[in-house]
Design a protein around this ligand. Structure first.
Ligand SMILES: [Zn+2]
Length: 627
């Protein structure tokens, strides 16, 4: 009995240790952003204690951004200082934030940077923020959509793109960074760019000059719902935009940022977080302090729940104990973020650096908007680079590469040095008559075809689930060859085409008029495309679309399905390997890929592994060398 009481007392002492302190995770920092409205309300200490307790018991938070301005609301300095003290006392890192909007509810009305009053206000806000913080971040809105008479006059003969890029580059230096550093020389000023990178230049974001002026950059990684939300962003972008930004500013791309808007099921909310983390970002930010107080609704439980998917709604809803012994009953979406971070942190450190097929996007270019994200969704590991890649066996060029005036020469140089190039049909069209015919005489015609049948290599004909409209590309017989064909009736056209030049091949990938029709391509066609484009990847995927593959440079990889039903796919890699599931620890032996006898001298022996994925779920693997 005495011993039992002693144990109880010991247990009591152990349980009454203060709450765990940051840093909470091994592989990333978790931040929350608080808008000026919520920071203003932090003047009420009792309410602040309550909201912080509600959020922080459901998700572990290392850092908070306190916004000083949004929609002409400037938080008073006394409130700012007491909020800073409060969060520092909880062990958090504290940084500032600014949203340069006049009225967010009016189509995100931005400041007018030709208007002297707005310029003065922009500067004062930067100075105020630098006075209270050693680091601050600009939320999405440091661009301008203003077309007032002052702006029309100032623009003159320039394009809106050229006018706004110069206006905003100057404003960044003269109104934000310069004045902030004059007040606080230590201050680190970070610009968070939104998720619509393809259109930045038109609104004044300059990915060429900006990252050199600011101390750091940050990525909006919310992709919401591709169908129902206006931007129609593909889920893969939550990962790829982080990779792109890391390639733009190596070591200075600070993290990814997700809000809870536009995602119908809670799975999508969690998925955006883990896709961002798959890019190995140092920090993840949850927008925002108010949204994290949103009640979980049962309608957010997806139909595929109850089948042990990567996001497990029912497990998330279970009560749990804090270090001080209190029992918590999950109530808000903060818990969905919390369980996601706990789960991903367990394996993220085992992954190397992300690798993918390099796609070149010259600075401030546009064309075939966001196409690389659709390619990511058909199981091609993608990477976007602002520099033309001269290394590697393959590079992918989309229409936006036409913004580089030297592009044809760069393609030729690569081919002559024995390295392949794949261009899209959109780039072929843009370069017609501009020198591409010097490599191969291919014609992007103005004729279209509605196709349902596809033929890849020696395989038979496979069918798409619906008609797909593609451009008809023509070529000269025996000058270049169809690798994959699209067929309608008794006619056919290239879907993947190969033209030999010097020591390598130029491939042309036909992109359907509706990019998401790529998801309708049958597996046989996708497999052939993936095999050709993945020459530099350690493994490749075989199977239907909407399953993505994420590769790392240490032989680890992730396979994720975005489908609503379970799916079986194959992973193909080197011969004499096995794969280990890094979450379950189980090893899996593969089967040798059959090669026709006459191809044995030309094809490397390979091993393939069949794996099953639950809906909206991922699995993490390591390649094991058997010899
Ligand atoms: Zn204006």
């Amino acid at each position: 009995m005495k011993k039992a009481i002693g144990t109880l007392i010991l247990a009591f002492i152990f349980l009454s240790v203060p709450a765990q302190q940051p840093p909470f995770y091994k592989n990333f920092t978790v931040s929350v952003y608080a808008r000026a409205y919520e920071v203003r309300d932090m003047a009420d200490q009792k309410k602040l204690e309550e909201t912080w307790s509600l959020i922080s018991q459901q998700v572990k938070i290392d850092k908070i951004y306190l916004e000083t301005h949004r929609d002409k609301l400037i938080v008073d300095e006394k409130t700012l200082e007491s909020a800073i003290r409060f969060f520092k006392s909880k062990g958090l890192k504290v940084a500032g934030g600014i949203t340069y909007t006049i009225d967010e509810s009016n189509n995100f009305e931005t400041f007018c940077y030709t208007n002297p009053e707005h310029r003065k206000l922009a500067r004062e806000i930067a100075e105020l923020t630098a006075k209270h913080f050693d680091e601050f971040i600009l939320d999405d809105f440091f661009f301008t959509s203003c077309k007032c008479d002052l702006c029309i006059k100032a623009k003159g003969e320039k394009s809106w793109t050229d006018f706004r890029m110069k206006l905003m580059t100057d404003a960044a230096r003269d109104l934000i960074i310069g004045p902030a550093k004059a007040v606080n020389p230590k201050v680190k000023v970070v610009i968070k760019y939104p998720n619509w990178y393809e259109h930045f230049q038109g609104l004044g974001f300059n990915l060429d000059a900006g990252p050199g002026i600011f101390d750091g950059i940050y990525a909006g990684t919310e992709t919401r719902d591709a169908v129902f939300s206006d931007q129609h962003l593909q889920p893969y972008e939550s990962y790829l935009i982080c990779r792109y930004f890391e390639n733009i500013a190596p070591g200075r791309s600070g993290g990814g940022w997700v809000d809870s808007g536009g995602a119908f099921f809670l799975d999508r909310y969690a998925e955006q977080f883990w896709l961002t983390l798959f890019a190995k970002v140092p920090e993840i930010t949850m927008f925002d302090y108010r949204q994290l107080q949103s009640q979980i609704r049962f309608g957010q439980r997806a139909p595929w729940q109850g089948t042990q998917t990567s996001f497990d709604f029912d497990a998330m809803m279970k009560p749990y104990q804090l270090a001080d012994g209190r029992t918590v009953y999950p109530t808000t979406i903060a818990r969905a973020a919390g369980v996601t971070f706990d789960k991903v942190d367990k394996f993220l450190g085992l992954l190397g650096n992300p690798v993918g097929i390099r796609s070149y996007r010259p600075y401030n270019a546009t064309g075939e908007d966001f196409l690389q994200n659709y390619l990511g969704m058909i199981g091609i590991p993608m990477d976007i680079s602002p520099v033309f890649p001269t290394e590697g066996k393959m590079v992918l060029l989309t229409e936006s590469a036409k913004f580089d005036p030297q592009i044809v020469q760069k393609i030729k140089d690569r081919l002559q040095s024995g390295k392949n190039v794949m261009i899209t049909s959109g780039l072929l069209r843009a370069l017609q008559g501009k020198g591409i015919e010097d490599i191969a005489e291919l014609t992007y015609t103005d004729r279209k075809a509605a196709v349902t049948d596809f033929k890849a290599g020696w395989g038979g004909v496979s069918k798409s689930s619906q008609e797909i409209i593609i451009p008809q590309i023509t070529y000269l017989t025996n000058d270049s060859w169809e690798e994959v064909s699209a067929i309608k009736g008794a006619s056919g056209w290239p879907l993947l085409h190969r033209a030999q030049y010097s020591k390598a091949n130029l491939y042309v990938l036909t992109i359907p008029d509706n990019f998401s029709d790529l998801y309708q391509y049958p597996a046989a066609a996708l497999n052939r495309i993936r095999a050709v484009i993945s020459a530099d990847m350690p493994v490749r995927l075989e199977g239907p679309s909407q399953v993505s593959l994420f590769c790392y440079d240490n032989g680890t990889f992730i396979v994720e399905s975005f489908l609503a039903e379970p799916v079986t796919v194959k992973i193909t890699g080197q011969a004499e390997t096995a794969i280990e599931d890094l979450v379950s620890g189980e090893s899996q032996q593969g089967t040798a890929v059959p090669v026709p006898p006459f191809m044995r001298s030309r094809i490397e022996p390979a091993q393939s592994f069949e794996i099953t994925l639950k809906p909206h779920s991922y699995r993490v693997f390591r390649i094991q060398q058997l010899k």
